[in-house]
Write a protein of this length. Structure first.
Lengths: 596, 394
């Protein structure tokens, strides 16, 4: 593809790579062509038509996103014909859209609103269609709300659900004026095969798909003097939050985030990373135990490969799509839910608080976490373990509402107890991170030595490929794990459910014989989660990942089993990994779900 | 118009020719290159309405490199007022199959499909019987070509060639972005010839009688004959094969009821010609409405003075509002706006000048809609509103 073609854009000659679209060519020349249905994560649809441009000599306009440049093309991106048409298309979209902007959750971060503002659409001459149709808001899911009156039918959500996730919970139905984006049999999102991953929310240009927010509930809890409100923050939040608050992608804002949370009035600002470390201890021990049961005891009820269970989108996906593999899932709760269970037991006891006076809030890059916290089995403390889950975006709203100048905040440190963490926990936020953290610990448990990778950086499991494989050969183990001598531990990492599907199908067909697989529902792992700042795309995910690995490198402790608070937790409360208390509080079970 | 001439009835398409085996076996003795040249020299253009040169389409597909290629016969006849393809498939299906097999021989396709309109399900059984016979003969002459019938499900948009292919692939019938065109990447992403039923029958005529016979009929740019589906206020509705290039005046003289107010040429997505422009309008390809040469899929609807042009337009817009696939903004929302808009003007809720806003909207739809459906709504809208403005308002 090194062939070049010569075109002109708005009269200026440009040399570009053959095969580039008009949109790409214009972008590389610094000319912005407005788009709505286009998203860098997705295949080209070419249906909104706002990116139309004029190709001199052609009567009809061309969609810049879908038209490849040909040698000699003379392209006009802003001719009067283009402007008039584009403006009319925006007017049409507004006529079909419930443009009640001041009452919209996406007010201020809506691509249609931005476009209307850029083109100064000051009047609405077309007939408004929203009042002529019956719309109802689907607000039954604990994670996602869907308001068809705000939908512009760009199908980004449909393509997201199909191409990135392979779930197809959302689909196009009917035609003409009745055409709409809906679910199987037009059921509520709650009642279909939806993993709550929120990628549709992250890819929606308007307010048609948004997270169910719990902002007011959290403010009320904070304001109640009788309640002790604690907050935990997931690893990926700290590398995304800055984007919502005027900073560039890739800036890690851990200290500022902690400072902001303290100023918001949380009684204790703690870290999900702490329970990420705990997850590694429990899950690593579980893996080794499973290996022993399978390899030594020949116990056929124990299943390999073992799959990670941190990502609630992935969990719900398996429950629907591969229910016969539930026994392969690690029984470990996710770090969020381990934290929740400990908050109202261990933490309450240590701080001498009544558990029913504790409100446990979590800040997650994720919408599926809202559903996870709502699951009936997540009440092992005797109370709802996690009361409210906010996305990274909701936290940014809290910070803005409180009037904090985020950029100027002096970094602060997490509180104790349950605020200490390691580099191994931070990398949970990136695809491959759980695998890497687990290997750092498991290898050391088995051999007494560091993993055989320079600087503890297990680079084969890092990166952006949808599926990655690695193997670690175990040599000279300590006596307890002697049976693993010479065993090559085979691991795989998959992110984005479409990739999870291909790995699961390989496992199912017997093609793949892994011991341990990390699955993350979202592209890039949690840093690309459905609750992260909008926009999210490959370039931004890459920057967030770099920030995460930089954070890991900069931390003094980089192995979960060296976290001193974890040692204290086992000594004072849990006693031993996979022990009785752990079993009760930190492990869970899964439910077979139907596919329709 | 200089090219115009008196109506000339012709009988090629429905002529019962029981020598299709001979036509097929003789034709495939010639080289694909010679056959393509023959087809190109006939100047046959697609009879579905868009008028793309058929020879060029086959040539492009034959030149495309691929192990798999396909021939599709578009029998999703759905344009309001068109009913000729149904007749062809019931009376001379073997001509269609022969043409498809020749196309397969030329392009290298080994599989052909009839995409049959959902409402034409009653034809399926009979077609498949003929296909069985046809298959038997193909095997006999060792021609590797199989034909299957694929049933459409009743969406007008699936007559659009790329939406049709999406539909065949089991997806939602939505038009694709072009390029790539089907000749490069069609059904299953493979090079595909897709032709209207009637177009294929014309190629049968050309391969049997030679390109010259076809070329000598019709006028410059519009060679050969065409089937017309005549309906509306006419004493003799039906299907007629006529030479292209006739004037609308002559057509109305033949088919009108003496009180013809206007003729809709080309169905809902075609143009309405008012009485005062009959003598300037010729039926054929190339040219613009003023001056006038009207391409058509063959639908000719006559309206006499008892008809309200508002109702006619209202009916078309109602159709488009429902039959737009709904994916692209200008078509989905535009059709709704046009329909609601003319009603609002009629009621007096919008001023008469709002019609001009709607005319500008149809221009935008024409420039920006993703496929021919949305692009051609402007045709009937502007020709009706411009010629019968007072009927829209009062």
């Amino acid at each position: 593809m090194s062939k070049k073609v010569n075109i002109t854009i708005n009269g200026y000659p440009v040399e570009i790579k053959a095969g580039e679209t008009i949109l790409e060519a214009a972008e590389s020349e610094g000319i912005k062509i407005p788009t709505l249905c286009y998203h860098k994560d997705l295949c080209v649809a070419g249906n909104c038509r706002v990116c139309v441009v004029e190709v001199v000599g052609q009567k009809r306009l061309s969609a810049a996103c879908a038209t490849p440049c040909e040698d000699g093309m003379e392209i006009l991106t802003n001719s009067l014909k283009v402007r008039n048409s584009r403006k009319q298309i925006i007017e049409l979209l507004l006529a079909e859209h419930n443009a009640d902007c001041t009452k919209c959750y996406r007010n201020g971060n809506c691509e249609l609103q931005t476009l209307a503002s850029e083109y100064k659409i000051m009047t609405q001459e077309f007939i408004e269609l929203v009042p002529l149709k019956k719309f109802s808001i689907d607000m039954y899911s604990p994670s996602i709300m869907k308001d068809d009156s705000k939908c512009i039918r760009c199908q980004r959500c449909v393509r997201t659900c199909a191409e990135l996730q392979g779930v197809n919970a959302l689909t196009v139905a009917h035609k003409g004026d009745q055409m709409k984006i809906t679910t199987f049999f037009e059921k509520a999102m709650r009642d279909v095969v939806c993993t709550n991953c929120g990628q549709c929310v992250n890819h929606c240009p308007t307010g048609a798909l948004v997270e169910k927010n719990y902002i007011e509930e959290v403010w009320e809890a904070i304001a109640n003097p009788n309640l002790h409100v604690i907050v935990q923050t997931a690893p990926a939040v700290r590398v995304g939050l800055g984007e919502e608050l005027g900073m560039e992608p890739g800036e890690s804002v851990t200290g500022k985030m902690v400072a902001a949370l303290k100023r918001l009035g949380f009684d204790s600002v703690l870290d999900t990373d702490f329970t990420a470390d705990l997850t590694i201890i429990e899950e690593g021990t579980e893996l080794l135990t499973r290996l022993k049961k399978v390899l030594v005891d020949k116990d056929e009820t124990v299943k390999l490969p073992m799959a990670t269970s941190c990502s609630p989108g992935w969990i719900k996906y398996v429950e629907h799509m591969y229910p016969e593999y539930l026994k392969h899932l690690s029984t470990c709760k996710s770090p969020q839910q381990m934290f929740g269970a400990l908050a109202k037991t261990y933490y309450a006891k240590a701080r001498n608080l009544e558990p029913d006076k504790i409100v446990s809030v979590s800040i997650m890059p994720c919408t599926a976490k809202k559903y996870e916290a709502y699951r009936p089995e997540m009440h092992d403390s005797g109370y709802r373990d996690v009361d409210y889950v906010l996305t990274t975006r909701e936290l940014a709203i809290l910070i803005k509402q409180a009037g904090l100048d985020f950029k100027k905040l002096e970094p602060a440190k997490f509180d104790r107890l349950m605020g200490e963490s390691t580099g191994a926990a931070v990398i949970f936020g990136a695809t491959g991170g759980v695998m890497e953290a687990a290997l750092r610990t498991a290898y050391e448990i088995v051999t007494g030595r560091d993993v055989p990778f320079e600087n503890l950086d297990i680079t084969p499991v890092r990166g952006i490929d949808g599926v990655r494989e690695a193997s670690v050969k175990i040599e000279n183990p300590v006596e307890e794990w002697a049976f693993l001598d010479g065993v090559e531990l085979k691991c795989a990492v998959a992110h984005g459910l479409i990739n999870a599907k291909s790995v699961m199908d390989a496992v199912k067909s017997g093609e793949a014989n892994y011991h341990f697989i990390e699955f993350m529902a979202c592209p890039g792992g949690c840093l690309g989660g459905g609750g992260q700042p909008i926009p999210t795309n490959a370039e931004i995910r890459q920057k967030r990942a770099e920030a995460i690995y930089a954070e890991d490198r900069g931390l003094p402790i980089r192995k979960s089993h060296e976290n001193p608070e974890i040692h204290k937790l086992y000594k004072d409360f849990l006693k031993e990994p996979l022990g009785e208390v752990s079993h009760h509080l930190l492990h869970t079970k899964y439910t077979k779900r139907e596919r329709y | 118009m200089a090219n115009s001439h008196q109506l000339k009835r012709v009988d090629f398409i429905f002529r019962n020719e029981n020598d299709w085996e001979k036509v097929l076996s003789n034709t495939i003795k010639k080289t694909p290159r010679d056959l393509i040249n023959e087809l190109i020299s006939s100047e046959l253009k697609g009879r579905g309405g868009a008028g793309f040169p058929t020879g060029l389409k086959w040539k492009l597909t034959s030149e495309a490199e691929s192990d798999e290629k396909y021939v599709i016969c578009n029998a999703d006849e759905g344009e309001p007022g068109t009913f000729k393809d149904r007749e062809i498939l019931s009376r001379v299906p073997y001509k269609v199959f022969t043409a498809m097999a020749i196309c397969g021989y030329i392009t290298g396709a080994r599989e052909g499909f009839i995409y049959l309109r959902g409402e034409y399900k009653f034809l399926k059984e009979e077609l498949e019987k003929v296909i069985d016979e046809f298959d038997y003969y193909c095997r006999e002459i060792k021609l590797d070509f199989k034909i299957k019938v694929f049933m459409g499900s009743g969406a007008y948009i699936c007559g659009e060639e790329t939406a049709l292919m999406e539909s065949m692939e089991g997806k939602r019938g939505e038009p694709r972005n072009k390029p790539p065109f089907p000749t490069q990447a069609g059904y299953q992403g493979k090079p595909t010839v897709i032709n209207n039923v009637e177009t294929l029958v014309h190629t049968f005529t050309i391969f049997k009688y030679g390109a010259k016979k076809f070329y000598d009929l019709g006028v410059q740019y519009s060679r050969g004959t065409k089937l017309f589906s005549v309906s509306g206020d006419t004493p003799k509705p039906g299907i007629y094969e006529l030479e292209l290039g006739m004037s609308l005046q002559d057509f109305v003289y033949e088919f009108g009821d003496g009180d013809t107010k206007a003729v809709q040429v080309g169905g809902a997505s075609g143009f309405l010609v008012p009485r005062k422009k009959f003598k300037d309008a010729a039926i054929g390809f190339k040219g613009k409405l003023t001056g006038i040469s009207l391409p058509t899929g063959g639908s000719m609807m006559l309206f006499n003075s008892s008809r309200s042009m508002f109702n006619v337009l209202d009916n078309y817009l109602e159709f488009f509002r429902e039959e737009s696939c709904g994916q692209c903004t200008p078509c989905r929302v535009g059709c709704q706006q046009l329909l609601l808009g003319i009603k609002a003007v009629k009621r007096g809720d919008k001023p008469a000048a709002y019609l001009d806003k709607l005319l500008r909207l149809t221009e935008t739809m024409q420039y920006t809609a993703k496929c021919g459906l949305g692009q051609s709504v402007a045709n009937s809208f502007s020709s009706i509103v411009e010629n019968f403005r007072e009927e829209m308002i009062y």
